[in-house]
Design a protein around this ligand. Structure first.
Ligand code: SF4
Length: 368
């Protein structure tokens, strides 16, 4: 089924609450599908066959969609209860099944597909099947169903002619929830939706996190969430008891020594006896030449002699050693010492604290 890239029924609430999500979701990879989602798609298809093509549900047993099979269990637990709940709505209803509805020029590119649109006298019914058994969804002021109602009023003028009230229905076996509202409420919803879509096209649309983030494809990289995580981390660090940390670090040194001794003893024992769950294995090997003269002799037939060797400048330490042997000193400004990071040591350590190392790093970089 095609989905609007701007906003559809199932994304209406998210876009209205967080207009920034339109661009972020469009740039994010699609959410991975789950077995539950695939089962839901199959059950929607079964309902479309029952109400749209007049098929008997039992005749559809064994139908497969995206690797999920329509079984007797799904028929008994989901489809039959959904049909009974739908039948419990009174009146002779004219229905449209899986009908695409849109907003025309009022909201270009905004459309959705409604499970059932029904008409009984002056009432428009907007019915949605929900087959997940996790969170119960209510019809009251439901943005997804208001979206379909508003789009139906826009795009199906004949079907809605004479309608004065709208009933939103969610059938989520074994429950049904129904909510009646006015045409004015639906029109007001449409204006809110239009405003949210306009906001989403601004340079910096508003962003807000909430329960609508659950199915947002941008959630993993969303700044609203990463900022919360960073703030939580900072708050957690501010709350740490530094005196306690000092004591634990001292104990950690003792623990390190004990661990070293433990590993050394275990190694010794393992050379003679099996330690349950552990074994001795050779360390990763490094290849060496068996005989360098033979290597040169063999390979110089294939390659130029010079290609067999590599030369590079000695390191400052090696050079210093060499110069020392001939009574020379390495000029200080020919080399710099760059730290690759910081390490935690006791106060008694003679090295400068990291902030001072920072200034010497700036000096060293100046030399480079
Ligand atoms: S995850 Fe939530 S806050 Fe972030 S873009 Fe999506 S809807 Fe907006």
């Amino acid at each position: 089924m095609l989905h609007s890239k701007v906003v559809g029924g199932s994304t209406a609430k998210r876009v209205m609450k967080c207009p920034a999500s339109v661009a972020l979701a469009a740039a994010a990879p699609p959410l991975p599908t789950s077995d539950y989602a695939r089962e839901g798609t199959l059950l929607h298809e079964i309902m479309a066959q029952v109400y749209g093509a007049g098929k008997e549900p039992e005749d559809l047993l064994g139908v497969k969609l995206d690797g999920v099979e329509f079984t007797q269990e799904l028929l008994d637990e989901k489809i039959r209860p959904a049909i009974e709940l739908f039948d419990s709505i009174q009146g002779e209803m004219d229905i449209l099944v899986e009908r695409r509805v849109d907003f025309g020029d009022a909201l270009p590119g905004v459309f959705g597909s409604c499970d059932i649109l029904g008409r009984v006298d002056n009432r428009l019914f907007v019915v949605d099947w929900k087959f997940g058994s996790g969170v119960a969804v209510t019809a009251e002021d439901n943005p997804q169903l208001l979206f379909y109602a508003a789009a139906a009023i826009r795009s199906l003028p004949k079907f809605v002619e004479g309608v004065t009230e709208v009933e939103l229905v969610i059938i989520q076996p074994p429950k049904i929830t129904r909510w009646i509202t006015t045409i004015d409420r639906v029109r007001f919803f449409e204006r809110e939706l239009q405003f949210a879509v306009q906001l989403s096209q601004r340079e910096q649309p508003p962003m807000a996190a909430g329960d609508w983030c659950g199915w947002c494809p941008a959630k993993a990289s969303c700044p609203a969430h990463t900022a919360v995580a960073e703030r939580a981390m900072r708050t957690a660090l501010d709350k740490v008891d530094v005196d306690q940390l000092s004591e634990w670090l001292t104990k950690a040194d003792m623990l390190d020594d004990w661990l070293k001794a433990l590993r050394a003893q275990a190694f010794q024992v393992a050379e003679h006896r099996q330690i349950p769950g552990w074994k001795l294995v050779p360390k990763r090997g490094t290849r060496r030449w068996v005989n360098e003269d033979v290597v040169v002799d063999t390979l110089s037939r294939e390659m130029a002699y010079g290609e067999l060797f590599e030369t590079s400048l000695l390191s400052p330490a090696q050079m210093e050693k060499k110069l020392k042997k001939i009574g020379q000193v390495l000029p200080a400004d020919l080399s710099v010492s760059l730290s690759s990071g910081t390490t935690l040591v006791p106060d008694s350590d003679p090295r400068e604290p990291a902030m001072l190392i920072g200034s010497s790093l700036v000096k060293a970089l100046g030399k480079l």
